[in-house]
Design a protein around this ligand. Structure first.
Ligand code: SF4
Length: 354
């Protein structure tokens, strides 16, 4: 068991700075984390890189975080979503005892601030009524990670986390309670959980349980320390090609472009066949975020599909427009270049006519 250290941090801002670009995965303008450290300690987690001490040994309990958040929320836009998605699981074992996440959600609910919360733990079900009420008044989405349905592989990749089966049951329960749920196939680890069979099985399970959307991204290897951690993980999993890093990572932090494009294409096609949204669908956030955020997300999500399906010019246009709209520095004439204009123009108070 980890060591729990209660801490007051009156001078630490509870939220990140407002993001320069909207986060298209989590719909967020701000990020926050609840606990520092994560007892689940998944070996692939890049939070290991940001902690001085081993990620899963000391968990800092921010007892004054709800109060700090309450102080700061009046200063931010009600149409900006806060993602509780950074660096630690908000429903890790410490939550059972300290309930900081529940208090934070209550503060967000009191201010009607939209939020998205990312967790692997069914402990979130104990807050489902609160989340359901939050979603009625503003927006509250739960995202859970699902890397594989293979219990043997899951145990080796994230043995301290709830099993894939428990997470699927958690999704079904949240859906029955009226809480929107997304699944993050993150990270896709080359040679480990990137086989067609594994990806197909995960997406199929997502469709069966009725998730609202899926997102995916690839293993990130930000530095040598993490590279070493991943090498150890791979050696424990089996025998992997010695050219692993050179082939797929080419000594960079992320997978190479060809690998990404091939997997993105396969995953998008599979999602379309299963009727799964590959990003949060508009119906979840329509009218619940500021119009600028709503439009920026529609454009970013369109840019993703454009890129994967090879419409490079449109992808660039949509990305640039999304970023300009999010920052509030856009021209109506530029927006009219997009085929989405009849939808996004009126959202920004412009005429629907191009
Ligand atoms: S649960 Fe999430 S934050 Fe915690 S170690 Fe695993 S991947 Fe990292």
């Amino acid at each position: 068991m980890a060591y729990y250290q209660r801490e007051l941090a009156p001078d630490i801002p509870p939220l990140s700075a407002r993001r320069p670009l909207i986060n298209e995965y989590f719909l967020s303008a701000y990020t926050m984390s609840i606990y520092t450290g994560c007892e689940l300690g998944c070996p692939y987690c890049d939070s290991w890189v940001f902690n001085e001490r081993p990620l899963n040994e000391t968990i800092v309990i921010p007892v004054d975080l709800p109060q700090r958040l309450d102080n700061v929320l009046p200063t931010i836009d009600r149409g900006d979503l806060i993602a509780i998605s950074a660096l630690s699981d908000p429903y890790q074992p410490a939550e059972q005892e300290y309930r900081i996440t529940r208090q934070v959600l209550q503060v967000l609910a009191d201010h009607r601030q939209p939020c998205l919360i990312m967790t692997k733990s069914p402990l979130v079900l104990e807050d489902r009524s609160l989340l359901q009420r939050m979603n009625e008044h503003s927006l509250a989405i739960v995202v859970t990670t699902l890397l594989t349905l293979d219990q043997h592989l899951a145990t080796r990749l994230e043995g301290r986390s709830p099993s894939p089966q428990l997470r699927l049951e958690m999704i079904a329960e949240l859906k029955r309670s009226g809480v929107p749920v997304g699944v993050a196939l993150v990270p896709i680890i080359p040679y480990v959980n990137d086989t067609n069979l594994n990806l197909r099985r995960v997406l199929h399970a997502c469709a069966e349980v009725g998730v609202d959307f899926v997102i995916w991204d690839y293993l990130h290897i930000p530095n040598e320390r993490h590279r070493h951690r991943i090498s150890v993980l791979l050696s424990q999993l089996g025998s992997y090609p010695p050219r692993y890093y050179r082939d797929v990572y080419r000594d960079q932090a992320t997978v190479n472009l060809i690998y990404r494009q091939e997997r993105d294409r396969e995953l998008l096609q599979r999602c379309d066949e299963l009727g799964l949204a590959p990003r949060a669908p508009h119906r979840l956030f329509a009218g619940k975020l500021s119009p600028r955020n709503e439009v920026a997300l529609l454009l970013r999500h369109a840019a993703f599909r454009d890129r994967v399906q090879g419409r490079e010019h449109l992808a660039t246009l949509h990305r640039e427009l999304a970023d300009a709209v999010f920052r509030g520095r856009f021209k109506a004439s530029d927006l009219r270049q997009s085929p989405l204009y009849p939808t996004i123009g009126p959202l920004l108070g412009l005429s629907a006519v191009t």
